[in-house]
Design a protein around this ligand. Structure first.
Ligand code: SF4
Length: 301
């Protein structure tokens, strides 16, 4: 694949389109409205010169009806392992690296994508796949590196991350990055959104997919997490697994008290060494019938 331009594929979900026409105004060469108001993609594989406008249109769509996949060809399937992550992370340079956030989450992310999540680069639109929400989206280098190792992102895309025309922003974007299920960066949203997803699945009687959420212990200070935690526990939303990477940087609450607070609200709980892959795997895959599961993964950095 080296030297081969990446592809962009555009799909409009016609059942979701509200017919606002915003996308056709932003990228008229790619989107057009039919007589019934629904928008379709007239160019499903736009050239490089049109892609910035297409990404802008996708971000402007109020119902996220425009789905993009870029460079999702598994150009290097299984070419990278855990030991390659530092080199992949090092390809991302600049002032917005949030290196500590990356190093504290690297092991949990690896175990999730390597051994736990039911996802793959060729199934990013499969409704029955697991979902992963990186709620602490500021500092996505470890997630981008793991997604690269697993074939969702091409390694050369890491080199210009955060630039104007790159799909890889300083916070992850579900519209432009294959394998990203939540556009995040504003803290405290992952668990509440997971509650909404799990409720929707319950209404639809869909028992297959699970939604995993990564938050930080500092992020757990955000009050929205607590409202969502209480509701998920009370409603027994057992399709939810939250992993809290705890490096002792929370400002509120009692140190070491995260597990007990979830347990008090009816969650199944576990605690593991956040750098021990077997412990992380065992904790994330334990049975938790009728209850959501929280795993507190302690790390030292
Ligand atoms: S912006 Fe979204 S909802 Fe509006 S016409 Fe385009 S696809 Fe449809």
């Amino acid at each position: 694949m080296t030297g081969t331009p990446p592809t962009m594929k555009v799909v409009v979900d016609e059942t979701a389109c509200l017919g606002t026409g915003q996308c056709a105004m932003i990228a008229p060469a790619v989107f057009e409205q039919r007589d019934d108001g629904v928008t379709v993609a007239r160019d499903t594989e736009p050239p490089q010169s049109r892609r910035a406008a297409v990404r802008e249109a996708a971000q402007a769509c109020p119902v996220a009806a425009i789905r993009l996949s870029e460079g999702s060809e598994p150009s290097t399937p299984a070419a990278f392992g855990y030991d390659d992550l530092p080199a992949l992370i090092a390809r991302m340079t600049g002032d917005e690296r949030h290196a500590f956030s990356s190093s504290s989450t690297k092991d949990v992310l690896w175990v999730l994508y390597d051994r736990v999540l039911n996802v793959s680069p060729d199934r990013t639109d499969d409704d029955d796949r697991d979902r992963f929400f990186n709620s602490k989206g500021a500092g996505p280098m470890a997630q981008y590196a793991v997604l690269t190792a697993k074939g969702f992102i091409r390694p050369e895309q890491l080199d210009d991350w955060g630039t104007w025309d790159s799909p890889l922003g300083y916070v992850p974007d579900r519209v432009t990055v294959p394998g990203v299920d939540l556009s995040s960066g504003s803290l405290g949203h992952g668990v509440p959104i997971a509650v909404g997803v799990a409720l929707a699945w319950r209404i639809q009687r869909r028992l297959g997919p699970r939604v995993f959420v990564l938050i930080g212990d500092g992020e757990f200070d955000e009050g929205s997490n607590h409202e969502a935690m209480v509701l998920a526990g009370r409603m027994g939303l057992d399709r939810i697994v939250v992993v809290v990477v705890d490096n002792g940087t929370a400002s509120h609450g009692w140190p070491g008290g995260i597990e007990q607070r979830f347990a008090r609200e009816g969650w199944a709980t576990d605690v593991c060494d956040g750098e021990n892959h077997d412990e992380i795997f065992t904790a994330l895959t334990r049975d938790h019938p009728g209850k959501p599961l929280v795993v507190v993964a302690t790390v030292t950095r």
